[in-house]
Design a protein around this ligand. Structure first.
Ligand SMILES: [Fe+2]
Length: 297
């Protein structure tokens, strides 16, 4: 079983040794037929499959594990109900269930958005609330991530959530670095989410502060389509669209940032809502660009 990561640049090899490549996601709850068809067509072009399920759904976890075995894919577990930035207390029973699902999937880490999925017991699957970009969020998230990793028994990789609205003025990658170093966890850069957030704030997609990010902790990256609508008065609404193709601006940002991450193992085409044709083409497009992203041989 993987253990929590160590600090600094001495991050041990996690998961299947030497494996890195393209991942794809699908709606595992509704669209496993799309995943089946896509995996069959792709063959070795895809390396990982992202399993987005709830902690108690053992049957679906086992089905996804079997799907991965059949297609030679490695599973990456993306729980939909772990709230490291929520306000409800963490539930140890749920954390132990997450650990079991991760064991069943043999996922080297659990990817979790820095956001709130559940509020007073109500699941907010379609409208997760992103972590406020304030210093106080660091203490809040660190304690919860440490506890979650201890109970689950596997590392978490924290992801910058989508920001359809923004509270606070801190940079998300800077806050993530502070959280990851203190909680001793991994990081996932969602390039589309990052692009959307910075555009929404009128910033450049790449900032000077990006030089100081804990790139050695980044093991995953995600990309999907980006929805931007500009309103009178300079107001912008930005969100990601998993069933849209990746835009040129997001590809460019990926090319600029991902080679900085020496332990990057998986770049995911997020694709819930795509048909098998669209998803297959999307993953092939990722594979054609992948040489830009791996910084080490
Ligand atoms: Fe993502």
């Amino acid at each position: 079983m993987p253990t929590a990561v160590t600090t600094g640049s001495a991050i041990p090899e996690l998961g299947p040794p030497g494996v890195r490549g393209i991942c794809f996601s699908c709606d595992s709850i509704k669209d496993m037929d799309v995943a089946e068809e896509t995996a069959t067509r792709l063959g070795p072009t895809a390396t990982w499959y992202s399993v987005g399920i709830l902690a108690d759904d053992q049957q679906l976890a086992l089905e996804c594990a079997e799907f991965c075995r059949r297609h030679g894919l490695h599973a990456l577990f993306h729980p939909l109900d772990l709230d490291v930035c929520g306000t409800d207390p963490l539930d140890d029973r749920l954390l132990r269930e997450l650990g079991r699902r991760a064991d069943e999937l043999d996922s080297p880490w659990l990817n979790i958005d820095l956001a709130m999925w559940v509020r007073q017991g109500e699941t907010l699957l379609e409208s997760l609330v992103p972590m406020p970009l304030i210093d106080e969020a660091v203490d809040w998230a660190v304690d919860r991530i440490k506890h979650a990793q201890d109970v689950i028994g596997r590392p978490l990789t924290i992801e910058n959530a989508p920001y359809p609205f923004v509270v606070g003025d801190r940079d998300i990658l800077t806050l993530m670095t502070r959280i990851a170093e203190r909680a001793d966890c991994l990081m996932t850069i969602d390039v589309g989410h990052l692009y959307g957030l910075r555009v929404q704030r009128g910033q450049n997609p790449v900032l000077p502060s990006d030089d100081d990010i804990a790139w050695d902790r980044v093991v995953e990256a995600h990309m999907s389509g980006t929805f931007i609508r500009r309103f009178d008065g300079g107001v912008r609404l930005v969100d990601d669209k998993h069933d849209w193709p990746v835009s040129d601006e997001v590809w460019d940002l990926a090319d600029a940032l991902l080679p900085r991450a020496p332990h990057l193992r998986s770049v995911m085409a997020e694709a819930e809502g795509m048909t098998a044709d669209e998803l297959t083409e999307s993953v092939r497009r990722f594979a054609r660009r992948a040489d830009h992203w791996w910084s080490a041989p």
